[in-house]
Design a binder for this molecule. Structure first.
Ligand code: NAD
Ligand code: COI
Length: 332
């Protein structure tokens, strides 16, 4: 019995190896992202485990079908980069790991809010330039005084909301499908404009599906109170980056923490091939001292890594044993 894992990072290897030994299967590991050109490596596997933000294309699923590999088990939450119509057409089952550590992302969101409020990026720059007197001009804000707008109250949004609440902040939320187990400290509002009008800090926790493209566009950003802070750890397509840059320039937006950036695939490809980064607005944002850019690392904790590997391999092994997929990802 063989499983092939793509996009393997060094920190995942011990977990992959341990589970392979315990469950007596042969494990093929590669750091390469899964593409139509390297599916052949998985010939004879009962399933593929993969981890990437680059697209899983129709050609990948066609090759998997030709090689009779029945399952693609991604090691993460987001499913926006999967061509699910093609998977369905080719008869490939797809699973994800829907809950590997919402706390990892929620804590990162609160960290981002605190860094922006206390003007950490500007402070770090000034200290590095020996402009210590200038640092005294940077007055911070307190999280306990803020109204936070949480967009999406699923696994991660709810935990982010709870963590903000624990800091003493007022937490407003908007979700297309509000929770039925709403805690009493969480105030749902009826629609996005109402949420935006009151939020000094807004944080996104909705999926990167097409329907959510540019959920925060120029109009939405203009609805926020002047100087509001924007945090995106969900998916890059949720924010119109050009509009965000314009709003940062006028001061309408006071700061932004972008972990998931609209053109992140361009950056990954450039970084992989050691080419200069030419992705739109990237260098403009990087130059701003009220912007924090991180390369999609909100999830990246020891707990998350272990759970991602275990969850993905469990999905494949369970499918092999019971012909039933845990955590299936289905078309819309
Ligand atoms: P989830 O499915 O548990 O919750 C998503 C919520 O969004 C649901 O309650 C849904 O009703 C709501 N929703 C969808 N569209 C909406 C809209 N237009 N307006 C209002 N509400 C809407 O998802 P999750 O596990 O909490 O993940 C949230 C996001 O975080 C996803 O985009 C996911 O891909 C991303 N993510 C990022 C990282 C990272 O490292 N940066 C890690 C994991 C997940
Ligand atoms: C997810 O789990 O969906 C993430 O965004 C993490 C990622 C690096 C793919």
């Amino acid at each position: 019995m063989k499983i092939t894992a793509y996009g393997v990072r060094p920190e995942e290897q011990p977990w992959l190896t341990k589970i392979a030994q315990k469950n007596h299967f042969e494990l093929i590991q590669t750091a390469a992202w899964l593409t139509a050109d390297n599916v052949d490596l998985a010939r004879g596997s009962i399933g593929i485990s993969a981890f990437q933000t680059l697209p899983y294309s129709a050609a990948v699923f066609a090759k998997m079908a030709a090689l009779k590999i029945p399952v693609l088990a991604i090691r993460n939450v987001g499913t926006d980069n999967l061509d699910l119509a093609s998977a369905d057409r080719e008869g490939i089952e797809v699973s994800n790991v829907p809950v590997y550590s919402p706390a990892a992302i929620a804590e990162f969101v609160v960290l981002s809010a605190l860094q922006l409020l206390r003007q950490a990026p500007a402070t770090t720059r000034l200290v590095a330039q020996d402009q210590l007197a200038e640092v005294q001009n940077l007055v911070g804000g307190e999280l306990n005084q803020q109204t936070i707008g949480v967009i999406g109250t699923g696994h991660i949004g709810l935990l982010a909301a709870k963590t903000f609440h624990n800091f003493g902040a007022r937490v407003l939320a908007y979700d297309a499908f509000p929770r039925t187990d709403q805690p009493d400290w969480l105030e749902y509002v009826a629609d996005l404009p109402t949420l935006l009008a009151q939020s000094q800090i807004v944080t996104l926790h909705v999926p990167g599906i097409k329907a959510n493209d540019h959920l925060l566009d120029a109009r939405a950003l203009a609805r926020l109170p002047k100087g509001a802070l924007v945090i995106n750890t969900a998916r890059g397509n949720l924010i119109d980056t050009s509009a965000l840059l314009a709003a940062l320039t006028t001061g309408q937006i006071g700061g932004a923490a972008i972990d998931t950036y609209e053109f992140e695939n361009q950056i990954e490809r450039a970084s992989e091939s050691h080419q200069p980064i030419t992705a739109p607005y990237y260098h403009d944002l990087l130059a701003m001292s009220n912007v924090i850019l991180t390369p999609h690392i909100a999830y990246h904790t020891d707990v998350a890594v272990q759970n991602m590997v275990q969850g993905s391999l469990a999905n494949i092994l369970n499918y092999q044993a019971a012909k039933q997929l845990l955590n299936p990802v289905k078309l819309g």
